[in-house]
Ligand binder design. Structure first.
Ligand code: ADP
Ligand code: ZN
Length: 222
């Protein structure tokens, strides 16, 4: 099964794609996490993409295509993949379509998350991440139990470079201009199931709403 999570930065794609992954037993690929890890480790990929990621610009499509193509071939992906942060442009959606079709399969579901701008800005400013295991925290609504150390691996949590106030607004603009047109593209695609989840409020509220819709659409069962 192939699932795409769509929505603005801060709508909860990371949080809810990981939950869905647990419910379905299918791995998530977060292109953002892969790129950030590459930057952190100073790999050739990291060096190539750093300037884009840190400033909130999109990385060129061919770089992303290679990443996704490799992931689709990995052993872990044999039951399917949940995409977080890809596709991000109509062109990338066409790339995804082609990559999946080449493997004799099709995209099963698009999950669109939305939250109000005010809430998004608030969430991104108080978001912290673990640079080691990519766990996500929120200083206000979900801080780590032990001061500023990751609950899972004990690493010091950090603020993402692109979660600094001056970059947040720019990412929202990039989203509106380059990614939002994808919503219409997918909603108009015949035979494709799309569900929309309001993620305003605390994570539990969005989780329950998402679970209910996945049950209704028979993506998961009780
Ligand atoms: P968010 O959804 O919170 O903005 P992501 O972790 O998905 O964060 O992405 C962070 C950054 O990584 C983006 O601003 C962009 O620079 C890069 N990136 C991630 N996925 C893609 C993609 N599919 N295409 C182009 N750039 C991407
Ligand atoms: Zn960690």
């Amino acid at each position: 099964m192939y699932i795409v999570f769509l929505g603005p930065p801060g709508a909860g794609k990371g949080t809810y794609s990981n939950l869905t992954s647990k419910w379905l037993g299918i791995p998530v690929i977060s292109t953002g996490d892969i790129l950030r890890n590459a930057i952190e480790n100073g790999t050739p990929l990291g060096k190539r993409v750093e300037i884009y990621v840190d400033s909130g610009e999109l990385v060129p499509d061919e770089v992303i295509e290679k990443l996704v193509d490799e992931t689709l071939d990995s052993e872990a992906a044999n039951k399917g993949i949940i995409f977080d942060g890809f596709p991000r442009t109509v062109n990338q959606a066409e790339i995804l379509h082609r990559l999946i079709e080449n493997r004799g399969s099709k995209l099963d579901l698009v999950i669109e998350l939305y939250a109000d701008d005010e809430e998004i800005v608030q969430r991104l400013s108080s978001r912290r991440v673990c640079p080691e295991c990519n766990a996500i925290y929120n200083l206000i609504t979900g801080p780590p139990k032990n001061d500023s150390k990751c609950d899972i691996c004990g690493t010091e949590i950090v603020q993402r470079e692109d979660d600094k106030p001056e970059t947040i607004q720019h990412r929202l603009n990039v989203y509106r201009k380059q990614t939002a047109p994808l919503l219409e593209f997918y909603h108009n695609k015949a035979g494709l199931k799309c569900i929309i989840v309001d993620t305003n409020g605390l994570p539990d509220v969005g989780r329950d709403a998402l679970r209910k819709k996945l049950l209704e659409n028979e993506v998961i069962s009780e």
